[in-house]
Design a protein around this ligand. Sequence first.
Ligand code: CDP
Ligand code: CDP
Length: 225
Amino acid sequence: MKNKNIAIDGPAGAGKSTIAKSIAKKLQIVYVDTGAMYRAVALYFIRQNIDTESREEIQKACDSLEITIDYKNGEQQVILNNENVTNLLRKEEVGNMASAVAKHYEVRKKMVELQQNLAKIRTVIMDGRDIGTVVLPDAGLKIYLTASSRERAKRRWNELSLKGIPCNIDEIEQDIKARDKQDMNREISPLCQAEDAVLVDSSQMSIEEVIDRIIALYLERLERG
Ligand code: CDP
Ligand code: CDP
């Protein structure tokens, strides 16, 4: 396998980040969470009250925002204009805005460049929506990780309930479906399975089963050379 990078794409709540983080530790490679980068752009748009439908405002925003990636104790940190915003990115509001800003060419161009540069200097496992199709088209292993929208909503509901946040599973599923629709139907780099990606449906699989399956595929490819 010439290129040792792993690309994981799939819809929200499929388990990409949980699984990619764990595989990175086991294989001693670097985990790159590209969703967090789009979320940081979204945070900037929210703070500056930028109109996501105005080309002029989007271009101006892209020119004035700087995102850099750092690692602290092995965890990815996202720096937005010199401020570490890593802990401000997980809110639902930021995720929805991320999906709205991510459809724009100016934003994607900037993020893809940053992501490709990260992969130039290290072996990575990178997750997102366009990693196998656009960012790392030569990745040695590409996975399209998915699960039913009901199962993904259940997972989000579990996460929020554990934190004591009241929520409704039907509303979460509606939100997930709306984000899927937006990500799969946008003009530029829509979420889709790369031709050479392996499909893994985790609806009936535990986290450990998914991790074992992906590592087995990776080792098999490494052995094949
Ligand atoms: O964690 P979750 O799956 O909910 O979302 P995320 O990976 O943090 O990504 C947030 C949003 O950023 C997604 O809904 C996509 O619209 C966008 N995104 C993208 O367009 N391309 C990527 N490579 C990663 C994220
Ligand atoms: O990154 P992405 O949005 O694809 O998903 P995630 O944030 O990694 O996973 C969403 C939730 O689903 C987490 O709480 C995981 O622990 C859970 N999960 C699961 O229960 N079973 C799986 N096979 C994969 C993830």
